[in-house]
Design a protein around this ligand. Structure first.
Ligand code: DPP
Ligand code: ZN
Length: 889
């Protein structure tokens, strides 16, 4: 596949002002009639009118109502070029498509009897010929015509302007979107659905209709999504002064969907898992995710739709910014619910976000797919909906927020909208608005958009007892990434505090300042190395750096065990307190992993257990925070830190440490489960969720250690649970503990939920991610293989693939990376099979092995032939092709 370069961007010679679409919906032969009002773009070099298309059967094409003159139209497989005289022209194009046969879930496809679309990034060209790129913004009018029995509900973007019956049991509806938009935001839904409805007033007093559309029978699972939508509306009004601009806003749940959700103008289409929730089927974490994804898509209406991307290299313009917005929203919602404990609630959210960044984005930035948040080149844009573009992109926006302050940031947003509303723009335009609104030069900051790789910040402290000063030296370094060896110094905001010997924060006074001030301040590291001298100190302080994770970097700070334990107990910054615990646990786990790899005896340092126990026993700490602080670092993150990565040895270490912490502290864990006030009847509330999370964590440790009182408790909770959080938490503890009760519990769970696809996803994921304790037990690989044949499983449903195969390949390294290579051969078989039907999903699975060069020699030798086998597969998609080619480079 050809490589597309960011710097090759040029505007099109022709653009589209209006598009009138008519769909005659039919399972295998949908006829799409498209009338385009095109105009020459005065800002572009003259040239032919260009249209993109893919998998289309073209029935007719007329220009200004006439058949084209000979030679005026050049048709290629995926491109039509038309020579046009004059400055305006009308085209009419009729195509026929086959939604039933569309297994890619891009373009128009079918799911459970209905018709749905997904057009981002380049799905619209699978519906009709069109200049399918985001800088072409047209006004859409859409008529849908279909079988009333099959699809009683006909939806598209904007406002419903007309509907009625037709002969032969068919009916139609016409929709008009008042806002010009790029084709990637087009959507239609034609299905048998019902809606939960609500009317709300916007801040300026306009009435809007909100709808959540779901399959019949799911109406009792929509309330939380609707609540989340209303909260998101209010938050955007209050925080950014941004109001809903449409009379009607719809969310539709669909069972087969490649991604999480899609922000089509006025008609958001969601993976059902981010809409449907009721206590018996959804966990607290599901409720949280629904709230944040609903908000994310809603926020796109301004950051993405009103102001969109000029080209796909600018994807982080809308995604990084919108992830940042949804993170802030969730933090505010948690803080509001927590009342006096607001700061702790915010820290818990920040910890969650950073866990995701470290687990997914850091490895990406250290591997063959490393790219800046604004990539320079791609082969397949679908491969660039990445943790880097999204999560690191959000970190970059967060740094701007930190550097400019909330007000400065808001002023920058206001200016951005005042300049660019209705336009398709670049990341430069966004940062320029921030710069202008704040009178601040952000040229150096722009390097964050251009450089890949996770920067390292090394910190050194020097204490001068004679004059009571502490000198902090920070040095930055970004390791080379593929195609980018030279790295320039970035602007890195480092939030710093100094802790006194009694554990209290010290007021900070820099050399040259008249008096001490705040206890946390943000230093700007904007050169390779810089020094700061703090004065007026009476004793040597303990530094607490990168508070709140003020930049997406790896902090290298030499701290002995005692100092980590001190910060675990005292750091006033809750994020850093958690981070100190993570660093200490990481140190212990990596040492255990090395011992396991070398066949040495395993043992846990007493000091670590003591520090851990102090957190466990500190019941002044909010339970949600304790659940985070007592959870060990993730396996993916640890493997990145292990040299060479040895998943089997690490798994031995994790099992050992979990069991030891369960065994030695069994009395504490049991006391904790008894002492925590159990929430009453289930409601989704952050405080209740924190208590449930902590109890479930206690069960994990107790079952890991096979403490009889603990395993009995897990079994009883599993059987008598009143909600999915408790039931699944207990089940997971039994399964990961590899207890004899686990099999029966899994079977009972299956019986109870066999007809509930979303709940079965949990059941698949749990088994695929299971830990195995004795060598004699059935390998997880065998179980996963068997589950492929379960009646509840289907390779054509992305959620099922992510649950079973995704969990195995990505969330269970200890079982997937088998020395005999059988896991890899299975991986190659599945990637090849998936690729034939759905390249986007296949490419995601393919990425599970991209960091293979970090593994032990035995594993590397086993991976290579499988990567090569996939690369050589017949008919390989550009999606998977790009991934394996980069992995093998
Ligand atoms: N634009 C979608 C989202 O991130 C993904 N296709 O919301
Ligand atoms: Zn998004």
């Amino acid at each position: 596949a050809p490589t597309i370069q960011r710097t090759d961007y040029a505007p099109l010679a022709w653009t589209v002002r209006r598009i009138d679409l008519h769909f005659a919906l039919d399972p295998q032969a949908t006829v799409v009639t498209s009338r385009l009002a095109c105009a020459r773009n005065p800002e572009a070099a003259p040239g032919p009118l260009l249209l993109d298309g893919e998998a289309l059967e073209t029935l007719s094409l007329t220009i200004g109502g006439l058949d084209p003159a000979p030679g005026a139209v050049r048709r290629g497989e995926t491109r039509i070029e038309i020579d046009v005289e004059g400055d305006e022209v009308e085209l009419e194009i009729v195509t026929r498509i086959n939604p039933q046969a569309n297994t890619t879930l891009s373009g128009l496809y079918r799911s459970r009897g209905g018709y749905f679309t997904q057009c981002e990034a380049e799905g619209f060209r699978r519906i009709t010929w069109f200049p399918d790129r985001p800088d072409v913004m047209a006004r859409f009018s859409v008529t849908l015509e279909g079988d009333k029995a099959v699809c009683p509900v006909l939806l598209s973007n904007g406002n419903l302007v007309e509907e009625g019956d037709l002969p032969d049991g068919r009916h139609y509806a016409r929709w008009e979107d008042p806002f010009p938009k790029p084709s990637y935001l087009f959507a239609l839904v034609a299905a048998d659905l019902v809606a939960l409805e609500r009317r709300e007033l916007t801040a300026s007093g306009r009435e809007v209709l909100l709808q959540v559309w779901v399959e019949r029978g799911n109406l009792d699972r929509c309330e939380h999504a609707m609540e989340s939508l209303v909260h998101a509306m209010r938050w955007d009004e209050e925080t950014f002064g941004l109001e809903l601009d449409l009379d009607r806003f719809m969310i539709v749940a669909v069972s087969d969907f490649n991604m999480g959700a899609m922000e089509n103008k006025g008609l958001n289409i969601f993976n059902a898992k981010y809409v449907l929730a009721k206590p018996d089927t959804a966990t607290d974490v599901d409720y949280e995710h629904i709230e944040s994804v609903v908000a994310h898509e809603y926020f796109h209406n301004w950051t993405g739709n009103r102001v969109t991307c000029r080209d796909w290299f600018q994807l982080t313009l809308k995604e990084g910014l919108t992830v940042f917005r949804d993170q802030q929203f969730s933090a505010d919602m948690l803080a509001r619910a927590a009342g006096a404990e607001g700061d702790s609630a915010r820290a818990v959210k920040r910890i969650d976000d950073v866990r995701v960044l470290r687990a997914a984005q850091f490895p990406e930035d250290a591997g063959p797919m490393a790219h800046p948040i604004r990539p320079e080149r791609y082969q397949e844009i679908n491969n660039f909906y990445t943790a880097t573009v999204y999560e690191k992109g959000a970190e970059v926006i967060r740094m701007l927020h930190t550097l400019l302050g909330p007000e400065g940031f808001r002023n920058g947003m206001d200016l951005y909208f005042s300049y660019h509303d209705g336009q398709a723009v670049t990341c430069d335009d966004f940062v320029e608005a921030m710069s202008e609104a704040n009178g601040r030069d952000l040229d150096q900051f722009m390097r964050w958009y251009a450089q890949a790789g996770t920067p390292r910040v090394a910190a050194r402290g020097g204490w001068d007892a004679a004059d009571g000063s502490y000198t902090l030296t920070l040095t930055q370094h970004t390791p080379p990434t593929p195609g980018q060896t030279e790295k320039l110094p970035l602007v890195i905001p480092v939030a710093v505090g100094l802790i006194g010997p009694d554990g209290a924060d010290l007021p900070l006074q820099l050399e040259g300042e008249a008096a001490p001030g705040a206890t946390t301040r943000v230093l700007e590291l904007n050169a390779e190395s810089r020094q700061w001298r703090f004065v007026g100190l009476s004793a040597e302080p303990v530094p607490s750096l990168l508070r709140g994770f003020s930049a997406p970097v790896i902090l290298e700070l030499e701290e002995d065990d005692a100092r980590l334990a001190f910060r675990m107990a005292n750091d006033s910054d809750a994020f850093n307190r958690w981070d100190a615990a993570q660093r200490y646990a990481e140190r212990v786990l990596l040492e255990l992993g090395a011992a396991a790899a070398e066949g040495r005896a395993l043992g846990v340092p007493v000091a670590f257990v003591e520090a851990f126990a102090r957190l466990l026993r500190d019941d002044r700490l909010d339970p949600a925070f304790r659940a985070q602080a007592l959870a060990l670092p993730g396996e993916g993150y640890l493997l990145e830190r292990m040299q060479p990565a040895d998943p089997a040895a690490l798994r031995t270490a994790q099992i050992y440490l979990g069991a030891e912490l369960g065994r030695v502290l069994a009395a504490d864990w049991l006391a904790l489960t008894e002492g925590l006030v159990e929430p009453g009847e289930y409601r989704y509330h952050p405080a209740d969720a924190g208590r449930r999370a902590l109890i479930n964590l206690a069960l994990r440790y107790l079952c890991a250690a096979r403490v009889p009182a603990g395993t009995g408790l897990a079994r009883r909770r599993f059987e008598s649970a009143s909600n999915m959080t408790d039931r699944f938490g207990a089940l997971a503890a039994l399964v990961h503990g590899a207890l004899p009760e686990a099999e029966g519990a899994l079977a009972a769970f299956y019986e109870r939920y066999r007809d509930d696809a979303l709940v079965l996803d949990k059941w698949f994921a749990l088994q695929a991610g299971a830990w195995r304790r004795d060598a004699g037990a059935t390998p997880v690989l065998e179980r996963v293989r068997a589950l492929l044949g379960d009646p509840g499983f289907s390779l054509s449903n992305p959620n099922k693939v992510y649950a079973l195969l995704g969990s195995f390949f990505r969330a269970n390294p200890g079982e997937f990376h088998l020395a005999d290579g059988s896991g890899y051969a299975f991986w190659a078989d599945q990637v090849i099979a998936l690729d034939a039907a759905n390249p986007q999903v296949a490419a995601r699975m393919a990425r599970a092995l991209e960091n293979w060069r970090r593994f032990t020699p035995v594993l590397r030798e086993a991976v290579r032939p499988q990567l090569e086998r996939v690369r050589a597969a017949e008919g390989l998609s550009p999606d998977v092709g790009e991934i394996v080619a980069k992995a093998l480079e």
